[in-house]
Design a binder for this molecule. Structure first.
Ligand code: ZN
Length: 215
């Protein structure tokens, strides 16, 4: 039960998250689903400094067996997502600047750009506020993630999941870019928002061509 390849993938994703600039200081955490639970980054370490042996196994009951580092304080929300959907294989959470800016205003990101569909729907919701690391926050996130793979978190940041940790990281980076674009568009005026019919067409194309297609 060493999960060597999963440890390697998660470690590489954490280092890439650090290089992306989306996880300043010791903020940001990530996890991957493994048999019987998940591997998650430990609490209190900068993503760039974490090595594969320091990743923490948390079982599906939320227990940390044996002698390990303490898991990220935000492990509840990671485990809640894995429990809620089989589609989640990896999760990235961070306090990236623009996502956090919009989340501080508790804004939903509407379809000002068709790529909003990468989150799985025609907007990116903002989960209600609750104290970090609590089960209440995990519950709020599940509400915002209904039929979505990513959301903002009020007065906190963003969270994204996908079938693999690599895809989850890519989604978190795209969400930050979409948040920045929405912020910038609003400095010039009120962005035009794509309608339901237009976004339905985009979502259908995303379904048809899959995530590997170049948009
Ligand atoms: Zn956080």
């Amino acid at each position: 039960m060493t999960f060597a390849s999963e440890r390697q993938s998660l470690c590489e994703a954490l280092h890439a998250l650090s290089r992306s600039g989306l996880s300043p200081g010791s903020t940001g955490n990530a996890s991957v689903r493994v048999e019987g639970g998940m591997l998650i980054s430990p609490t209190g370490l900068a993503c760039a400094d974490i090595d594969a042996s320091q990743l923490v196994f948390v079982n599906h009951r939320g227990e940390v067996p044996g002698k390990q580092l303490r898991p990220s304080s935000e492990w509840h929300m990671h485990l809640a997502i894995y429990r809620s959907t089989e589609k989640a294989g990896g999760i990235v959470h961070c306090h990236s600047r623009y996502a956090t800016t919009l989340a501080s205003l508790r804004k939903v990101i509407p379809a000002y750009h068709y790529m909003i569909a990468v989150g799985g729907g025609d907007n990116i919701r903002c989960a209600d506020y609750a104290t970090f690391g609590t089960e209440a926050l995990a519950r709020n996130i599940l509400v915002a993630l209904e039929n979505r793979k990513a959301c903002l978190m009020a007065n906190h940041g963003q969270i994204a999941y996908d079938s693999t940790i690599e895809k989850a990281l890519s989604l978190a980076i795209q969400l930050e870019d979409l948040a920045a674009g929405y912020y910038q568009a609003q400095t010039l005026g009120e962005p035009f928002i794509l309608g339901e019919k237009e976004m339905a067409e985009v979502l259908e194309k995303f379904d048809t061509y899959g995530e590997q297609a170049g948009f």
